[in-house]
Design a protein around this ligand. Structure first.
Ligand SMILES: Cc1ncc(COP(=O)(O)O)c(C=O)c1O
Length: 499
């Protein structure tokens, strides 16, 4: 009998009116540390007559957190302090005046919203939901309502919510050593660097904390390369219209969308914009002071718009001809998202520099700027750095992601699931077009706006993204076919209503 079978065997024996903590169940099933796993399992696959609840308050209304998450020792002492007798591992808390909270949350949604309005800068347009926990491609709000997740935190949770291997890697590292300065060598950082370079085909990496920061590194690297070889005047970077490269003042300058520039001028100098899929436009933007061309293979925020293979090859040829660095922003397209480990592999056009973030950490903040061999020594000691860059806990999570996602079998499953989703999407009502690659998909609608459709999806239990006028799907790479079908059924209903 495996652990979960034992869990369900024990749960089936809980008599009516009795309560067992997740910790007690986990201990009885043979793993005292697996109380969370028990909670998630019971939420996902509830048994009739058993109400899984994450927290309990005592008669004074005080929260008893150990009840949900601690081992049996903690439970026991907590319960004894409350004068509760435990019999056979199960205890009827209600007879002691304890109340079961059906909600996971100690705050209502309205309270959360109010606190946010009072305390957080209003930079985000949020959907009307507060998420509290998740497993696989399912997230839950405070009332236990389930949401199938087609967004994975904007392409971040590549292995889904709380994947057991990822949680173990991260929590083991957190318990060993949570942070060291980059003044010291880090075994887990070098392990990740070695693996990432090997699977990506690049020679060296710099670790930061976000996509924008990875792009900052790429921009500095290109300018330094050109300054060393030519002159400091040769510092201009050509990017594409409709691109998105981040929110720092320099990556905003790189972003070829005026709407993001408003209010924040002056931006960093030295950027020019060309039209995607138009090599003449790129040639016209390049001059004697250009040092690099920076582009996304698929413009994610721009509406999930892939560039053509022909254009990618033409840009590569132009870079070779003029000794410009080709920088690919793979922040959204990277780490298996498009069915290849990095998207350039789908195009057969290898950039000199690629930047990566989002899905790389599987849910923790990490950014990486990877460069080819000729650029490996361009940045010297003291020229770039980041306090948290390459943090051990984050690297441990990323290592688990990279090891698993880079397996050919894993990547072919991403391709298969991507094809399956695309085919199903094309059969849905109100769908005009499906764009993208692998599991990075954009859906153009015939009627209604993507924004309205996404809001309706959330109401109906599906988390989905938008990009410009398109619906955008970036599901966890580990999503199951059952979860895909469940999500698509919700999307179908919403699209029917809109058409
Ligand atoms: C292509 C691309 N580059 C850069 C970024 C910025 O990444 P971050 O928000 O981690 O700074 C994003 C974020 O959406 C992105 O899609």
């Amino acid at each position: 009998m495996n652990f979960y079978e034992k869990v369900y065997e024990i749960v089936r024996q809980i008599p009516p009116g009795r309560v067992a903590s997740y910790g007690q169940i986990a201990a009885l099933a043979g793993n005292v540390r697996a109380s969370r796993a028990v909670g998630y399992a019971l939420h996902r696959n509830p048994l009739p007559g058993i109400i899984p609840c994450h927290r309990v308050v005592n008669r004074e209304g005080r929260l008893a957190p150990g009840f949900a998450f601690g081992g049996p020792g903690i439970q026991q002492s907590l319960l004894e302090a409350e004068g509760v007798a435990v019999q056979n591992g199960f205890v009827d808390l209600r007879q002691y005046g304890w109340k079961l909270l059906k909600e996971d949350s100690v705050m209502t949604f309205e309270e959360i919203k109010k606190k946010e309005q009072e305390n957080i800068m209003p930079t985000y347009g949020r959907f009307q939901v507060a998420l509290e926990n998740g497993k696989g491609a399912s997230a839950y709000d405070g009332s236990g309502k389930k949401y199938i997740d087609f967004g994975s935190g904007i392409g971040v949770n590549s292995l889904g919510y709380c994947d057991s291997g990822w949680v173990k890697a991260v929590s083991d590292q957190a318990a060993r050593l949570q942070h060291i300065s980059n003044l010291y060598y880090s075994p887990v950082q070098v392990e990740l660097a070695e693996k990432l370079c090997a699977v990506s085909g690049y020679s060296k990496v710099f670790f930061g904390n976000s996509g924008a920061e990875s792009n900052e590194c790429a921009i500095k690297l290109a300018r330094k390369y050109s300054a060393d070889k030519y002159s400091e005047k040769r510092n201009k970077i050509v990017t594409l219209q409709n691109s998105f490269h981040g929110r720092t003042v320099t990556t905003l300058a790189a972003t070829g969308q005026d709407v993001f520039h408003q209010y924040f001028l002056p931006l960093t100098e030295g950027f020019a914009y060309a039209q995607a899929d138009d090599i003449e436009s790129v040639k016209a933007a390049v001059d004697e002071n250009t040092c690099a061309i920076m582009m996304e293979f698929i413009q994610g925020e721009g509406g999930v718009v892939p560039i053509s293979k022909e254009f990618a090859a033409q840009v590569r040829a132009l870079c070779d001809e003029k000794d410009l660095l080709l920088i690919a922003d793979e922040v959204q397209t990277g780490v298996g998202r498009t069915g290849a480990f990095y998207c350039w592999q789908n195009y057969g056009v290898k950039p000199d520099v690629i930047t990566s973030a989002k899905g790389l950490g599987g849910g923790l903040p990490i950014g990486a700027c990877l460069c080819s061999e000729k650029l490996g020594s361009v940045m010297g000691s003291g020229m770039h750095g980041s306090t948290f860059g390459g943090n051990p806990v984050v690297c441990a999570g990323a290592l688990e992601v990279v090891r698993r996602v880079s397996e050919p079998e894993f990547l072919s499953k991403v391709q298969e699931k991507g094809r399956y989703i695309r085919e199903k999407l094309l059969q849905l009502p109100n769908v005009a077009e499906v764009r993208g690659m692998g599991m990075m998909l954009g859906v153009g609608l015939k009627n209604g706006t993507a924004k309205d459709a996404a809001a309706k999806c959330v109401e109906n239990g599906l988390l989905i993204l938008t990009a410009k006028t398109a619906l955008r799907l970036l599901p966890p790479l580990t999503i199951t076919y059952e979860e895909i079908d469940e999500g698509l059924a919700i999307l179908k209903k919403v699209l029917e209503e809109l058409s």
